[in-house]
Design a protein around this ligand. Sequence first.
Ligand code: ADP
Ligand code: MG
Length: 340
Amino acid sequence: ESQLNPNYNFDNFLEGDSNRLARSAGMAVANKPGGTSFNPLLIFGGVGLGKTHLAHAIGVEIKDKHPDKTVLYISAEKFTQQYIESVKKNTRNDFIHFYQLIDVLIIDDVQFFSGKSGTQDVFFHIFNHLHQNGKQVILTSDKAPVDMQDIEQRLLSRFKWGLSAELQSPDYETRVSILNNKLYRDGVEMPEEIIEYVARNIKSNVRELEGAVISLIAQSSFNKKEVTLDLAKQIVEKFVKNTKREVSIDYIQKVISDYFQMDVETLQSKTRKRHIVQARQLAMFFAKKYTKASLASIGSQIGKRDHATVLHACKTVDNLGETDKQFKKYIEDLNKKFSQ
Ligand code: ADP
Ligand code: MG
């Protein structure tokens, strides 16, 4: 039993700038499992951006192209439960042996291994065995390896051996295609202005995007309501209210540059002038606080810095907030702007 869901495949995983790298790497791995340098292939990104879908799609594609290979999809949570069970039953070696025989191992949501040293240890041994024998490992996680917490260093370094590919929030065009594709598959028609309205207003989560459309379809077919822009607005509002509105990194940079009366280019520039450096550090601090972006991604969006610079910025802001009254006031003022 591969545990793969055939409904999650490459055909219905729509391509866009936000997922092109991860999708192409997944395709390459599916063509030559274990035979590319993308081993492990680690797909990371926020909630509802398609990690599970893509992980299955790769597995399904491998089964299709290489029917002789054994493929196993499992969530990190289930893997952990199985492991704990095996320890209780004194079958730890069987557990390890079982996983070492697999050709393609797909583990979803490895952030679940955080703090679980027994599971990490057993996975480390399984991973080494598979990797040494040219078997393919595919992992997903909500964070990039550099941002993972409570995962042993030796395991993190293995995660970095292959390719880490990020799934980002889809851009507007991709959101529209995803909606159209969903409607097409369900055989439902919907006015273009409604689709555009939904795509414009739900930005950071594909699951919610689809959820809004499913609600619209249900309202129209079961409640016989006409799908109007008004109905779409009501439904979208429910989705947007239920999730914290995500402040974007662009927005944070804009607000902070306005606050310090400079422009965004200045904030991002390489200058070492103290007030500009501080504005930039505040932008990094608030990006970490209010977005789901990784440190690496924050750094690259705020003047092409690396993740260490962002980490340093966050610490500096924390320190200055405690020792410098004026700076504390900046933090409080800005916090108000982002926190509603
Ligand atoms: P994650 O595991 O990252 O939380 P999922 O893989 O569960 O996200 O995706 C959430 C929903 O969005 C699923 O129904 C999935 O099919 C859909 N989805 C995500 N990305 C895409 C895409 N690029 N094309 C089509 N559907 C997508
Ligand atoms: Mg998932």
